[in-house]
Design a binder for this molecule. Sequence first.
Ligand SMILES: [Zn+2]
Ligand SMILES: [Zn+2]
Length: 314
Amino acid sequence: MKKRDFGWLVSLPFYAVHVAAVVGVMLVGFSWKGVALALALYYVRMFGVTGGYHRYFSHRTYRTSRAFQFFLALLAQSSVQKGALWWAAHHRDHHKYSDTPKDPHSYRDYGFWYSHVGWILSTETEDTDYSRISDLARYPELRWLNNWHVVPAVVLAVGLWLVGSWPALVWGFFVSTTLLWHGTFTINSLSHIWGKRRYATTDYSKNNPVLAIVTMGEGWHNNHHYYPRSVRQGFHWWQIDMTYYVLRALALVGIVWDLHVPSQKVIDGDVEVRVKKPARALAPQVETETSQVPVPVAVVEALSTPALSEAAAE
Ligand SMILES: [Zn+2]
Ligand SMILES: [Zn+2]
């Protein structure tokens, strides 16, 4: 694992939440109500991560109003994964430099733990590169929220304590947040290690049904690297993608619109897409989920970069 400068002071709250989860459960005791609360807040906030941070802010796979855009940022940031602008800027770099030394959390270059959590605790990734997210940085409310990124999480924690006292705070915030962090982080670590490759992308991304359940559809990570602008990451009916189902429901009532989906030809891998950058000497194996011949398709860099010229919100 690459040695980098870890911000120990900045990392302390990260470890403190883990300790509070374990010690807290020992103090308030086990309860099924607590487990249900932890899981409910896990999945509600996981939608903030997947439907907000990832599919909206990072990839702009659909459009929405400015008010709902702000709500998405609030919900996403209640997961305590820093500002939506910070998240999107780093994630766009992940796609641009996937599994190379410039990738902020390259499993190939820096190892499992760095790709899972080390990169977040590193001082090298503390800042937000606004040049990577100029389409979003023009909204002052998002810039404010990016600077004060812990506000939504603090409001949630205090709210839980006021409504349900210590058991609600322990289960609804500390336990739920710890699980939510590691659930999310599997996409940067395990989804580049464990699973099958359907498309010959220039990285190590994998499809994994278990991780798709844990992360509301993000486990179809090879599909996602193949076509990052798709609002759906499960390309087939059997590839469960709960984030996409929620977005479809929101589209039905007009809260979001212009959901971008790939054509059947793209999904079938029948379209030859040229790679802009030289494909790195990558691994090897293009395993397929079926016995089909590996498809002659590679991800094109342009597809990983959201259409910055589009208006973000109306
Ligand atoms: Zn990835
Ligand atoms: Zn992505």
